[in-house]
Design a protein around this ligand. Structure first.
Ligand code: DAH
Length: 363
């Protein structure tokens, strides 16, 4: 066998070895993630075995140089080996490309039958729902909504509201203090002073907001809660206006048969002062529901709601308003209690725990 022939056959053998090093099994069942890497190696193999510098290319150049009588056979051999190499590479390449494209299709597959993911719509917190309903009623009666700061000085939280230092009313409204003489407001009554200073009189405002007290949380107390404060000051305002306004509001919120009741009380910033109750919106004042004791009013037929009274002359004076010319009424109550009544929530702490199972009930 001539040298040339050996050379060509060696080129064919070398290609077989190289191809085997890729791993025949691996090529067919290649992991799709590896197929791309194998394709790249195959590309190198193609250059090495069929490129300009390959053994086959060198052998082709020899065809013209071998002895004339051997030329045909030699040329045939070179052609056969080359065809084998080229077709094997083409087949392998096709297999790998098929794997790559299958992997791609798989990863981009879209199941149009899967149910869509609906965006979850938010909704209002029960306290917000109740607050907004009450705000709407008062706005329709000519009140404006007043928003004010939660961090206050002693002056606005106590002194200006006729609660001087040492007054026992400070005790029950103990709050959180800073070292710089500020405190978290313990009542929205502070807004009475701020609003009268800012707007003067006549004035009709409703001030909702957060208040703070040094209370240990239990079913009916949280150290942070919400109040709604009302204030109306004008010439000739009397207790009859207070009773009329509170009754109108509660009749619109519950139903028009709702009755109100005022019991004498004491607040430093009102004189006279009264606590107000309304007839139970569940049993309509009978105290009984289906022969049983009515729950919201505990069988009394009445629900206690808040405090009220005629604005104390000292409070008006603190805001530079002449109490001999102007008079007014004020009231305040807690929103959590109101929301708890309306939605029959037995523990107000639920309102601040952000448990979705609780919150989702108020859609
Ligand atoms: N600020 C009082 C409290 O936190 C509630 C209150 C009572 C407000 C009487 C008033 C009022 O405006 O006139 O307990």
């Amino acid at each position: 066998m001539s040298d040339e022939t050996t050379q060509v056959e060696a080129a064919g053998d070398e290609f077989e070895r190289d191809l085997a090093s890729l791993g025949e099994v691996q090529l067919v069942d290649a992991d799709p993630s590896k197929a791309e890497e194998l394709l790249r190696i195959l590309g190198e193999l193609k250059v090495r075995h069929t490129g300009k510098k390959s053994a086959i290319a060198a052998a082709k150049k020899l065809i013209g140089k071998v002895a004339a009588e051997k030329r045909a056979d030699f040329g045939q051999l070179v052609q056969t080996v080359e065809n084998k190499i080229v077709s094997t590479i083409a087949e392998t390449e096709a297999k790998l490309k098929d794997l790559v494209s299958k992997a791609k299709t798989e990863s981009e597959r879209l199941d149009v039958t899967i149910p869509g993911r609906r965006p979850r719509t938010g909704h209002l917190h029960p306290i917000t729902i109740v607050r907004q309903r009450i705000e709407d009623i008062f706005v329709s009666m000519g009140y404006s909504i007043e928003d004010d700061r939660e961090i206050e000085t002693d002056y606005y939280n106590f002194d200006a509201l006729n609660i001087p230092e040492g007054h026992p009313a400070r005790e029950s409204q103990d709050t959180f203090y800073t070292t710089e003489g500020f405190a978290l407001r313990s009542q929205t009554s502070t807004v009475q002073i701020r609003a009268m200073e800012r707007r003067g009189v006549p004035i009709r405002i409703l001030a909702p907001g957060r208040v703070f007290r040094r209370d240990t949380p239990d079913m009916t107390h949280t150290p942070m809660f919400h109040q709604l404060e009302g204030l109306c000051v004008d010439k000739g305002i009397t207790m009859a206006h207070l009773k009329g306004t509170v009754t109108e509001w509660l009749q619109r919120l519950f139903d028009k048969d709702t009755r109100t009741r005022f019991r004498p009380s004491y607040f430093p910033f009102t004189e006279p002062s009264a606590e107000f109750d309304f007839s139970c919106f569940v049993c309509h004042g009978s105290g009984k529901l289906d022969g049983e004791r009515c729950r919201p009013c505990k069988g009394t037929g009445w629900i206690e709601l808040g405090g009220s009274g005629m604005v104390h002359p000292n409070v008006l004076r603190a805001c530079n308003i002449d109490p001999t010319v102007y008079s007014g009424f004020a009231f305040g109550f807690g929103l959590e209690r109101m929301a708890a009544l309306v939605y029959e929530i037995d523990d107000i702490r639920h309102m601040f725990e952000n448990d979705m199972r609780f919150l989702q009930q108020f859609k």
